[in-house]
Design a protein around this ligand. Structure first.
Ligand code: AR6
Length: 167
């Protein structure tokens, strides 16, 4: 597997699948989620609504992943995953690792061979970048997947530098 880091916007990525740092409602939000729905258009939300009406009546649980169309984005699919909110009193690392593993599993089931990830949970959900980078890189490296090209898309220079140091 080829693992690369880029400093860019996740919505610009020409890959088979981009991963969305969503929340359980699948109804959109701020950060990556807001940008993906804005750029991707209403088709994505439409499929999310259908998922809520069928398989995920109570929402998508933290650490799991599910795919929809990518609408107008240059990718084919969006894989929505729900990161854990960072906690200082409880270790939720396994849930963060699960987001990466489950997203790759969904990518495999779609036949996607290139996947772009944001730094899940490091924005609104408050996870410290260095720890998140370590979990992300380790989990992806160890994953049993047919995905050939994994790209981490870091939004700012600081996030990029942290990932680069960890890589
Ligand atoms: N491209 C790449 N990275 C980005 C972009 C972008 N366009 N925008 C932000 N980032 P966040 P979370 C970075 O908050 O912490 C939403 O409301 C950002 O700088 O998007 O998992 C959802 O609906 C940060 O490093 O996701 C949930 O409620 C990283 O992406 C909640 O936020 C993740 O930040 C999820 O919070």
């Amino acid at each position: 597997m080829k693992l690369t880091l880029v400093r860019d916007d996740i919505t610009e990525q020409r890959v088979d699948a981009v991963v969305n740092a969503a929340n359980s409602s699948l109804m959109g939000g701020g950060g990556v989620d807001g940008a993906i729905h804005r750029r991707g258009g209403p088709e994505i939300l439409e499929e999310c609504r259908k998922l809520r009406a069928s398989r995920y009546g109570k929402g998508l649980p933290t650490g799991q992943a599910v795919a929809t169309t990518a609408g107008r984005l240059p990718a084919r699919w969006v894989i929505h995953t729900v990161g854990p909110v960072h906690s200082r009193s409880e270790d939720r690392s396994a849930l963060l690792a699960s987001c990466y593993r489950e997203s790759l599993r969904v990518a495999d089931s779609l036949g996607a061979t290139s996947v772009a990830f944001p730094a899940i949970s490091t924005g609104i959900f408050g996870w410290p970048m260095d720890d998140a980078a370590m979990i992300a890189l380790e989990t992806v490296r160890q994953a049993d997947t047919t995905v050939e090209d994994v790209r981490f898309v870091l939004f700012d220079e600081d996030a990029y530098a942290v990932f680069e140091a960890r890589l």
